[in-house]
Write a protein that binds this ligand. Structure first.
Ligand code: HEM
Length: 105
């Protein structure tokens, strides 16, 4: 509903170069969201209430009161649960070879 103010990361456009992919980001699961901050693609939002307030403003064009944001965040806390170990086990990666990208020094 309102343009996101920081366009330094153009989102999916960076990969596809399609204009229609500008500022398109994956919608993350909100399961366990209280534990997965900081929020959004750039990790710039630390508090869940602030992420909720920004969502309402940019995605829905609505101004939430602090109380409304707090009660939505309270609901989001109810989405916290035990993550099945199978889903968070480290992936088995193929062996490293000469061409495997290495972290920058
Ligand atoms: C009041 C309703 C909403 C709430 C409470 C809400 C909540 C959230 C939260 C907490 C995040 C951060 C998740 C994370 O980074 O791990 C998020 C991200 C996101 N949500 Fe919403 N959301 C709402 C409405 C919407 C709507 C209507 C849309 C789309 C039409 C939307 C699209 C997205 C997208 C694309 C992201 C990822 C943004 C990014 O990484 O920069 N949300 N949402």
């Amino acid at each position: 509903m309102r343009p996101y103010p920081d366009t330094s990361d153009p989102g999916r456009y960076q990969v596809t170069k399609e204009d229609s992919d500008r500022m398109i980001f994956k919608v993350p699961s909100l399961r366990n969201v209280e534990k997965t901050g900081p929020y959004f693609h750039n990790g710039k939002v630390k508090k869940l209430e602030d992420a909720v307030t920004q969502m309402a403003e940019y995605q829905l064009g609505k101004k939430l009161t602090m109380e409304e944001a707090a009660s939505i965040a309270m609901y989001l806390h109810s989405l916290t649960g035990v993550i099945p170990a199978e889903l968070i086990k480290p992936p088995a990666l193929p062996p490293s070879r000469a061409k495997t990208p290495k972290p920058e020094a």
